[in-house]
Design a binder for this molecule. Structure first.
Ligand code: NAI
Length: 474
């Protein structure tokens, strides 16, 4: 057993850990990144990337079926899920393979092994190939161990009838029927993916609305699409168990106090994720873990133990890849001795449903809860030329501004390409922009981005292509 000395050791090569490792290498810090599985974490292997591949393929299928209005008719399109999965796997392989190359290229050592704390700054590495263990002693240790799906009683994931997001992403054929437990991000993204290729979808959501935390009006647009495509959504519906009956699965759910049954082929459990803080000796470090299992950190990503840091899902909500990467990059600069802190004003949230939802900053309710009076500008895609020309007119852009000075507090988009449109809002909020800044920025025509410009104008009472209920004092 050899002892290796390093300035920094990063545990976990997901979207928090690997950018941290690359940035440390760029900054000339002697660092090692250790990963027990394939690099890239949930995002690249079994999350963002593979799901977006299936989402875009099935959207294309759906669009082809509904293009008759544009004067296009195809012979009935068919789906070869096995081929689609192979295409998806190729993308994942390319991206995950690239991670190790990038890390090594930046000058950071990349090791495939299972890490376990022996003490605060001492970590044992176990290799799968039988090589003797190593001990790493590092001045700075980064915990980037990510999260796992939550399991609920009565729904043990067997990857046949009961699926989690990982096994749902690997289905070799679209099931005839799917009951999705949880009307959150994963449930709706994956539920709609299969719905577009013929699956009858039932969503059971325990709360009184789907996509809790997302602007309610945006969520309503997605709910309408799910229903338009033949799906059903039940809210205040708590799934309590299931049984096999006559070769079918029967899910039981308590809805408004009564038990209802849903016959299905597969059950997707998507009820949230939990941080990974157990099984790697964290208790030997003195690092505090919150009641909900997250590792609290300060603005330098440091835990309560000096020199031990955490980034990504393991240190709290929102559990998003881009939040993890930002934290990892900030932390690399902290370790390299720079006076950097994590002071991000906004972390965009994107839901890749049909249509997409994307938001940045505060909702109206959140801004009002802060005691602010707000103006709301809203521009519907139904009156935007480009949206009509691509045949995607559902949705709107909503801009929330502070009535005191017209500063942009939040932007909420539901509609085509919302996931890309939101970045302009992110920049605006990050730079403390006022509604005028976006309204007076000349946007190209004809594009979807004009909707954000018009919504900012609408918040000022100056929209050109819709009526302005608010009249600006001139
Ligand atoms: P979620 O927190 O978004 O939604 C889970 C839903 O399940 C909640 O609405 C909850 O009320 C409901 N629920 C819990 N127990 C239930 C029960 N027994 N019966 C019925 N409903 C029940 O969690 P989800 O969808 O699993 O996603 C986990 C995390 O992964 C998200 O919070 C997000 O951070 C991340 N993610 C992000 C994506 C993106 O950025 N596009 C895509 C996928 C995941």
């Amino acid at each position: 057993m050899a002892t290796i000395k390093k300035k920094a050791l990063i545990i976990g090569a997901g979207t928090g850990g690997y950018p941290c490792a690359i940035r440390l290498g760029q900054l000339g810090v002697d660092a090692m990144l250790v990963e027990k599985d394939k690099p890239g974490g949930v995002c690249l292997n079994v999350g963002c990337i593979p799901s977006k591949a299936l989402i875009s393929a099935t959207k294309l299928f759906h669009k082809a079926q509904h293009a008759t209005e544009m004067g296009l008719s195809f012979s009935s399109p068919t789906v070869d899920m096995v081929k689609m999965q192979a295409w998806k796997a190729g993308i994942v392989k390319k991206l995950t393979g690239g991670v190790a190359t990038l890390v090594k290229g930046a000058g950071t050592q990349f090791v495939t092994a299972t890490a376990e704390f022996l003490g605060p700054k001492q970590v044992r590495l176990r290799y799968a190939d039988g090589k003797p263990d190593d001990i790493v002693e590092a001045e700075h240790v980064v915990i980037a161990t990510g999260s796992l799906p939550i399991e609920i009683p009565g729904f043990k994931v067997d990857n046949k009838r009961v699926l989690d997001s990982t096994s749902a992403l690997d289905l070799a054929a679209a099931p005839k029927r799917m009951v999705c437990i949880g009307g959150g991000i994963i449930g709706l993204e994956l539920g709609q993916t299969f719905q577009r290729v013929g699956t009858q979808l039932v969503v059971l959501e325990g709360l009184s609305r789907i996509l809790n935390g997302v602007d309610g009006e945006c969520a309503d647009v997605v709910a309408r699409q799910i229903k338009k495509d033949g799906g059903q959504i039940f809210t205040n519906a708590k799934a309590v168990g299931w049984e096999e009956r006559n070769g079918e699965a029967v899910v039981k759910a308590e809805i408004d106090g009564k038990v209802q049954e849903f016959v299905t082929d597969v059950i997707l459990v998507a009820v949230g994720r939990r941080p990974v803080t157990k099984g790697f000796g964290l208790e030997k470090t003195g690092v505090k873990v919150s009641e909900r299992g997250f590792i609290p950190v300060d603005q330098r990503q440091q835990t309560n133990v000096p020199g031990i840091y955490a980034v990504g899902d393991v240190c709290g909500q929102p559990m998003l890849a881009h939040k993890a990467s930002h934290e990892g990059e900030v932390l690399a600069e902290v370790i390299a001795g720079k006076k950097t802190i994590n002071d991000a004003r906004q972390i965009p949230n994107v839901v890749f449903t049909e249509p997409e939802i994307a938001s940045s900053g505060l909702t109206k309710e959140e801004a009002e809860a802060q005691g602010r009076t707000v103006n709301v500008g809203k521009f519907p895609f139904s009156v935007l030329g480009r949206a009509m020309a691509i045949g995607e007119t559902a949705g709107f852009v909503k801009v929330i501004t502070d009535a005191a000075d017209d500063r942009i507090l939040g932007v909420h988009i539901v509609g085509p390409e919302a996931s890309d449109l939101i970045s302009e809002a992110g920049l605006a909020i990050e730079m403390g922009a006022f509604a005028e800044d976006v309204a007076l920025t000349v946007h190209p025509h004809p594009t979807l981005s004009e909707a954000l410009m018009e919504a900012a104008k609408h918040a000022l009472g100056e929209a050109i292509h819709i009526a302005n209920p608010r009249k600006k004092a001139h």
